[in-house]
Write a protein that binds this ligand. Structure first.
Ligand SMILES: C[C@H](CCC(=O)NCCS(=O)(=O)O)[C@H]1CC[C@H]2[C@@H]3CC[C@@H]4C[C@H](O)CC[C@]4(C)[C@H]3C[C@H](O)[C@]12C
Length: 324
């Protein structure tokens, strides 16, 4: 499972959790403007926007899971197993392999509006990167400070939806996830009035009762509702520290602790990493399961006129700061 969210304060933030029972070995990868991107169909793109994100490095080529470019546009791929279906190659449109979808968009689009236009011209195919890395069944969230969309390639076609909630998890398809929020329209961060019955003197025995009924489990529909509620009611200051801290709290609402989601005998899904990218400033913050201390990689600390991808393995060891 995975969960993604956007957050706007003075800057625009976007991030995700990556939940799984094993890691593909991912690193924070900065792709400078002159790194030649070899697209499967479209040939080599020699110059493009620089980007930063989490990627599996395959012989120097970054297979991005989530990233943002220097213009402030962000994009993340989340599992969409059983529903994702890619198209066959076509002559009518520009073909893009699913594994290169993120760099294809982020290399050329500065905004969600531009991304929407680019999506209209492309055809997403299911071709694999390699035999070892078969095609992943994903759907994507694309966002900037002015808007957010979801892209779902399914048997019944290629869908682009506006995403007013600015969140995404996994199955079912996005319109159904949004529909299910109707069930929770009564939830509130405020203390609820007794609407149940005038006959009963029902007591407000606790704080936080306004959101009673918000599901607490780890299913993708429950995580969708929980992270939407948390994000949309979120209050924070707008400094970098306050925004980043708040963002990690938002995704903290869907954090997966080892032991609570058994996917096979003795195998547990956990939140491998949580990211928060300040897409306005090109700073990628992350925590890992074993290292809850926030660590950052800044795109602008690298030579963005360079030609090679620079990548940093995630720091996995907790550093506890003793005060005495
Ligand atoms: C496993 C992850 C989703 C985790 C998740 O959601 N787990 C819950 C399962 S469930 O939702 O409950 O069913 C996904 C998210 C992004 C993916 C990579 C994208 C680039 C690249 C694409 C290539 O084609 C194949 C290899 C590749 C490295 C991909 C590997 C893997 O597929 C990644 C990590």
């Amino acid at each position: 499972m995975c969960t993604a969210a956007t957050y706007l304060t003075k800057d625009f933030y976007m991030g995700r959790t990556l939940d799984y029972e094993f890691s593909y070995g991912e690193e924070i990868a900065v792709m400078p403007r002159n790194y030649p991107i070899h697209f499967h169909y479209a040939g080599v793109l020699k110059q493009h926007y620089a980007m930063i994100g989490m990627a599996h490095m395959a012989d120097g080529y970054p297979l991005y899971y989530d990233a943002a470019n220097e213009k402030g546009l962000g994009m993340a791929g989340l599992n969409f197993v059983g529903n994702a279906a890619y198209a066959e190659e076509t002559k009518e449109k520009e073909n893009v392999a699913q594994y290169e979808f993120i760099p294809w968009i982020l290399s050329r689009c500065a905004t969600v509006e531009e991304a929407k236009a680019a999506l209209g011209k492309m055809n997403l195919t299911g071709i694999s990167f390699s035999d070892q890395l078969p095609s992943a069944q994903l759907h994507w969230i694309i966002a900037d400070k002015n808007g957010c969309i979801v892209v779902e390639s399914m048997k019944d076609g290629f869908h682009v939806y506006d995403n007013p909630a600015g969140v995404l998890t996994n199955n079912p398809p996005f319109p159904q996830q949004m529909f299910l929020l109707n069930q929770y329209r009564n939830l509130s961060p405020k203390q609820p009035e007794n609407q149940f019955s005038k006959e009963l003197p029902l007591d407000m025995y606790s704080r936080g009762m306004g959101a009673l009924g918000l599901p607490g489990d780890l299913s993708s529909t429950s995580r969708f509702a929980r992270v939407a509620f948390t994000k949309l009611n979120s209050q924070s200051g707008d400094t970098e520290e306050e925004s980043v801290s708040q963002f990690f709290h938002i995704l903290g609402s869907v954090d997966q602790q080892r032991g609570c989601c058994e996917v096979a005998e003795g195998k547990y899904e956990i939140t491998i990493y949580t990211s928060c990218c300040n897409t306005s400033k090109g700073i990628y913050y992350y925590t890992t399961y074993e290292n809850p201390q926030i660590t950052a990689v800044s795109m602008h600390a690298e030579d963005l006129e360079g030609m090679e991808v620079v990548s940093y393995p995630m720091l996995q060891k907790t550093e506890i700061r003793y005060q005495n």
